[in-house]
Design a protein around this ligand. Sequence first.
Ligand code: ARG
Length: 577
Amino acid sequence: MTFTQTIYQLLDSRVAAALAAAGCEGVPAVITPAARPEFGDYQANGVMGAAKARKQNPRELAQQVVEKLDLAGIASKVEIAGPGFINITLDPAFLAQRVSAALGREDLAVPHPAPQRVVVDYSSPNLAKEMHVGHLRSTIIGDALARVLRFLGHEVIAQNHIGDWGTQFGMLTAFLVEVEQGADTEMALSDLEDFYRRAKQRMDEDPAFADTAREYVVKLQGGDPHINMLWRRFLEVSMHHCEAVYDTLGVGLTRADLRGESAYNDALPGIVADLQAKGLAVESQGAQVVFLDEFKNKDGEPQAYIVRKQDGGFLYSTTDLAAVRYRVDELKANRVLYVVDQRQGLHFQQLFTLARKAGYADATVSLEHVGFGVMLGEDNKPFKTRSGGTVKLAELLEEAVERAFVLVSEKNPDLAEEVRWEIARAVGVGAVKYADLSKNRASDYVFSWSSMLAFDGNTAPYLQYAYTRSAKVLRDAATSAVADAPVILEERAEQVLALQLARFADALNAVAKDTAPHQLCAYLFDLAVVFSRFYENCPVLKSEGALRASRLQLCRLTADTIKTGLGLLGIATLEVM
Ligand code: ARG
């Protein structure tokens, strides 16, 4: 059996229909999970608002709604409570159907919403330097969103909007030429952070070098083949560094997803000319500027959004306008997500406002800044190395794996060393990713090794372990007759587990709608908790016949759901831990 609606959608549409039948056309049902177990599984809270607006007695209105409410085969109990809440308890037979439908299916029977084409702009590091912890958040939040959206049937187009253009590249290519005269090119490029520092130093110390660097910028922008080749060589090395990090992180960004700032270079003059022609860009002190009435500066005047500098150079903002146009016109996006640091919030608000005014994105296209806060050290200050430098992502992940290896070795000294390293890679990298993804992205968070590597609480190791445990039950059962055994839900703990399993689709929809991976983490953590309650209260391997088979089904779907859910977060699961 396949379902076209999630539980939430089903209840929402049925209650809304009953409200309409009771004279409240268009009133939202306001379905939420029950605040307490004694209220059932869900509650519909829409009656109160409707009654107030109509000056009706809410309990009477609730009564009328309940009389019209058709939840046959869905709910076993519908009750009015308090000032007009409608409490709904789902029918165990209905939950059993949902569980059965999901069993053995790779898509876990999650219904697909109307498919969209979603562009996700994420990772997008600046290639002049090495990726640092600041890029971790964009990379993994974007990756998780891309995976969830794809799982829901959307067409996702990843865009790695790398910073591969700008004046720094004159300096870097000029320095590359210098370094090449010595023999240590490879060494020099093995540490890009250091390479950048040395180039900058040359720039500050030697005016002749600075002149060459400036000359190279001009040549690069003018398409000079030699400088272009040098620039490409530098980018290649830098991209390699990024790819090593993507590899460790298990992030699937490829060369095909690359479309950096340089790709828009040729479109920039046309963008400015178009904005001028539309009367949006005007000259101000030699620069081309758009004044947006929607944004006032501290003197109450419209803020200036510069699209061409006095010296004729273009900016980050101009490139982003060209990118909006490309994503809408060429990629045919219905939705564009920008997974970028919260601190760029104003830039994106202005960009979106201007893109609409210029007609680059009409109302059918949703432009969303998926902002995130900063990662803090345990001193509550932005995360830095002990000496105050930026923390390189590659080194951070290495440390995570090493720390996980120590923990795994303590827990499982008997496992072969290479097996322990394999577990450590999944646990260490998983812990770093999960610690980040499980927080509300908009807030800053404190990076703490001890809490992210804990084997209990809302952590990757806890969930990875919950998976291993549920999968082990199945292996221990060593029966193949489970395949289509019916699901029977008599115990409360079984029903609660089944309900949580059946909520998976709603959790994913919430993640997609709010661009909030932490909601999937919260869902998986709750699932692991109700699973352990079930496992304590309901013997599985020791029960017999149909009951044993049914409980094994619940274990199987739990294992599959945790594995799939963690997979959507880009986190690996293990059969042995
Ligand atoms: N390279 C930029 C940075 O590191 C992020 C680019 C984000 N994407 C965009 N379309 N502006 O800050």
